[in-house]
Design a protein around this ligand. Structure first.
Ligand SMILES: *[C@@H]1O[C@H](CO)[C@@H](O)[C@H](O)[C@H]1NC(C)=O
Ligand SMILES: *[C@@H]1O[C@H](CO)[C@@H](O)[C@H](O)[C@H]1NC(C)=O
Ligand SMILES: *[C@@H]1O[C@H](CO)[C@@H](O)[C@H](O)[C@H]1NC(C)=O
Ligand SMILES: *[C@@H]1O[C@H](CO)[C@@H](O)[C@H](O)[C@H]1NC(C)=O
Ligand SMILES: *[C@@H]1O[C@H](CO)[C@@H](O)[C@H](O)[C@H]1NC(C)=O
Ligand SMILES: *[C@@H]1O[C@H](CO)[C@@H](O)[C@H](O)[C@H]1NC(C)=O
Ligand SMILES: *[C@@H]1O[C@H](CO)[C@@H](O)[C@H](O)[C@H]1NC(C)=O
Ligand SMILES: *[C@@H]1O[C@H](CO)[C@@H](O)[C@H](O)[C@H]1NC(C)=O
Length: 656
């Protein structure tokens, strides 16, 4: 494959080709320049054969550390590899004089100066080598930034500054180098985020930025149709999975701050050979299809929070050499095709919840619980003091045309029958330091009561965590058209998941900073609020702020209930819609069952004193579902069993 054509292969090829023409004498000024270079570099071992009598163009030197290629009487390629990997040249070395000397070889097309101890900031006048096509200065001690004058090198195809001490941010002018195909800046001290202009370097084939201090979102590179190798490991990129072209061969995102899901498009990366996303916080389902990509040989997803179930009958590419699935939240059984037949392939899967006795598996509930808490980043010490977060999420299910639903409920709640509550808005989101009756122990013990479970979440998809990408794609990037309503805590969107199911997504903006750890128990509880007669939770997603990974938004995903409120169906104004008597009774019984579930179906129970007929929605089968139940997590703990909603319910049922 083209990308594998190493510059040195090209070099050898050209050497052979050009050796035919190389019988001419080199201009004597060029010989002088080379000798001066030898001197400025403090007589490296690889140049030890050079002296006044050397015929530079026709040396039969077979050494891999020195090569000079001439064309006519000029030097077109200079390739010097020294032994000063760890020691810079002495203090009297001047990079300025060195480059001044170097640019007296203006026909150079290929210049390799590796491990020569060259130190200092690269002077802009290097751009006087205007024919330069391949420039490799790896393993020196360059510092400062890449000089902008390089934009003058219109033929530059390969630029390699690996293993130096270059700092500053990524050059914004990079798209002026339109011929650039290989850019490698591994192991430097670059910082900042990548400019969008990177997406315009059309010919880019290899981008290696490993081991720097880059951070932030990777710009959209999907327009780089030639991109085959991207290595971003050991930086702080994230949180979104980068947008990349389909021809990738090597994709290395190891050890960054990615926190999103893995996009489904990856399964169309037919050339992908090496896939390493280890040591991030990727969430969401692992796509087993990756194992059977036609070219894949190395797959490492270890140390993430990927979920999903594996099956014995999954298929894998037989060329797979290394598969490392360890330290994720995978369940199910290890695919048979991974049970290694030969000793030369490596398959690691420890610290998952797989159904095998091998390689140190976790118990099943571990993955389940962790999956619920997914999105959790390492706990930050500075948030410790807010460990008594109190969360009372006003949860509202979806409704058809319910643009004003949320506002409506707020209005009703404000005006509500229960005047005594007005001082204490029931949908308060977070109230710090409120007396807490529930210990976290109790919350973490929360469980279904088994009998109710049987009646419960029939037909609902399993509760799971969503990636931000899934939320974005479901709401078409929070498109206005998806907006159903808004209140002081955030917005409510209608959305459609990849599998086609409709959902209502409640976006709760955090005004204070909490770590995801603070939400684990609440999410545990929310995940249990699933019942045929509740607008049930389907999942959640955390969005974390970039700087300190505190939670900036929580998205709660609910099933979407399309048939409007019960009130619309029974009130006179909407007489054209009407329910039969059995449907009335069915709805009433449904509401009763929903309330019973809230009160007794989960531990601890959820009590709400102000259920209103507007809060009852009807689904496509006219099954009643309670949509506005409050999660009095911690704040209303005093009122342990106030059957208020049951009471209201009976008042309401008397209206029939
Ligand atoms: C630099 O100093 C070294 C001794 O440390 C000496 O051998 C060398 O000739 C000097 N080089 C130049 C270019 O002055
Ligand atoms: C090479 O030639 C220059 C003058 O052309 C002279 O100064 C130098 O000493 C010579 N070096 C050797 C190693 O002969
Ligand atoms: C070049 O060097 C290698 C070992 O370094 C040797 O095997 C080979 O024969 C040499 N070729 C020539 C043409 O000297
Ligand atoms: C740069 O040159 C060195 C020495 O030839 C080589 O080992 C390295 O692979 C080159 N870098 C790239 C990216 O080709
Ligand atoms: C990058 O690092 C340099 C020093 O190494 C610093 O002055 C600069 O502020 C940093 N820039 C960013 C964006 O972090
Ligand atoms: C997978 O990645 C992890 C973390 O980067 C690394 O420690 C491990 O050695 C890799 N596994 C294999 C089999 O290469
Ligand atoms: C693999 O097995 C699972 C359950 O064990 C089954 O649902 C699925 O249909 C099977 N897939 C194929 C391709 O046989
Ligand atoms: C191991 O052998 C089985 C059949 O014996 C085959 O189906 C499977 O693909 C092989 N696995 C690998 C990794 O080669």
């Amino acid at each position: 494959m083209a990308y594998k054509h190493h510059p040195s292969v090209f070099l050898v090829f050209v050497t052979v080709l050009l050796s035919i023409h190389c019988s001419e004498q080199l201009q004597s000024s060029h010989s002088q320049t080379l000798l001066r270079i030898q001197q400025l570099l403090n007589f490296p071992v690889s140049l030890s054969n050079w002296n006044n009598n050397t015929d530079f163009c026709n040396t039969d030197s077979n050494s891999s550390s020195l090569n000079v290629v001439c064309y006519g009487d000029t030097i077109t390629q200079l390739h010097i590899i020294g032994e000063r990997r760890d020691t810079p040249l002495p203090r009297n070395f001047s990079i300025d004089s060195f480059v001044t000397t170097l640019v007296r070889l203006p026909s150079l097309k290929v210049l390799t100066l590796v491990s020569l101890g060259i130190w200092g900031p690269l002077p802009g006048k290097i751009a006087r080598l205007s024919s330069l096509e391949i420039f490799n200065m790896s393993s020196n001690f360059l510092y400062g930034s890449i000089p902008q004058e390089l934009t003058l090198l219109s033929s530059l195809q390969t630029l390699i500054f690996d293993n130096n001490m270059l700092a500053d941010t990524f050059p914004r002018w990079i798209d002026s180098l339109q011929a650039l195909t290989v850019l490698s800046l591994k192991n430097n001290k670059f910082n900042g985020s990548l400019p969008n202009s990177l997406g315009n370097v059309e010919n880019l084939r290899t981008l290696s930025l490993s081991h720097n201090h880059f951070y932030g979102v990777v710009p959209d590179l999907s327009g780089l149709t030639n991109l085959q190798v991207i290595e971003l490991d050991d930086n702080a990129f994230g949180p979104q999975f980068p947008q990349l072209g389909h021809k990738l061969v090597t994709l290395v995102l190891r050890n960054n701050r990615f926190r999103s899901g893995i996009p489904a498009e990856l399964s169309s990366y037919y050339q992908l050979e090496r896939f390493d996303i280890s040591l991030n916080s990727f969430v969401g389902p692992f796509q087993p299809g990756l194992l059977s990509l036609p070219s894949i040989t190395y797959l490492n997803i270890s140390w993430n929070k990927l979920t999903g179930m594996l099956f014995e009958n999954l298929s894998c590419n037989s060329e797979l050499d290394v598969v490392d699935l360890s330290s994720n939240l995978l369940t199910g059984s290890l695919p048979r095709c991974l049970v290694s037949n030969s000793s030369d392939s490596t398959v690691l899967y420890a610290r998952n919840c797989l159904d095998t006795v091998n390689q140190n598996q976790q118990p099943q509930p571990f993955c389940h619980t962790e999956a619920l808490a997914v999105g959790i980043l390492p706990e930050r010490k500075k948030h410790k003091q807010v460990s008594t977060v109190v969360l009372s999420l006003g949860i509202v299910g979806g409704t058809l045309g319910g643009v004003a639903l949320v506002l409506l409920i707020f209005f009703i709640v404000r005006r509500g029958n229960d005047r005594s509550k007005t001082k204490n808005p029931p949908t308060r989101l977070i109230s710090e330091n409120a007396a807490s009756g529930y210990t976290s122990k109790l919350l973490s013990d929360a469980r279904y009561i088994s009998q109710t479970k049987k009646l419960g979440a029939v037909g609902l998809p399993t509760y799971r965590s969503f990636s931000l990408e899934e939320i974005e794609s479901a709401t078409n990037y929070f498109d206005r058209a998806s907006l159903m309503g808004e209140d002081s805590y955030g917005k409510m969107y209608r959305g459609q998941l990849k599998n086609g199911s409709l959902v209502a997504i409640r976006c709760v903006e955090m005004k204070k900073r909490y770590s995801t750890q603070n939400f684990v128990q609440h999410i545990e509880l929310i995940s249990k609020l699933r019942h045929r007669h509740l607008v049930s939770a389907v999942g959640h997603c955390f969005e974390c702020s970039l700087d300190d990974s505190s939670v900036s938004k929580v998205f709660l995903v609910f099933e979407y209930v399309p048939n409007g409120t019960l009130r619309n169906w029974i009130s006179d104004e909407h007489a054209r819609k009407s329910l039969s008597w059995t449907q009335h009774i069915g709805a009433a019984i449904g509401v009763a069952k929903g309330i019973q579930f809230l009160h007794t179906g989960i531990v601890p129970g959820v009590y709400s004193n102000d259920l209103k007929i507007e809060d009852v929605l009807l689904d496509q089968n006219l099954v009643a579902k309670i949509s506005s139940y409050h999660l009095p997590l911690l704040s209303n703990m005093g009122k342990l069993f106030l059957p208020g909603s049951v009471w209201k319910f009976f008042q309401w049922i008397k209206k029939f």
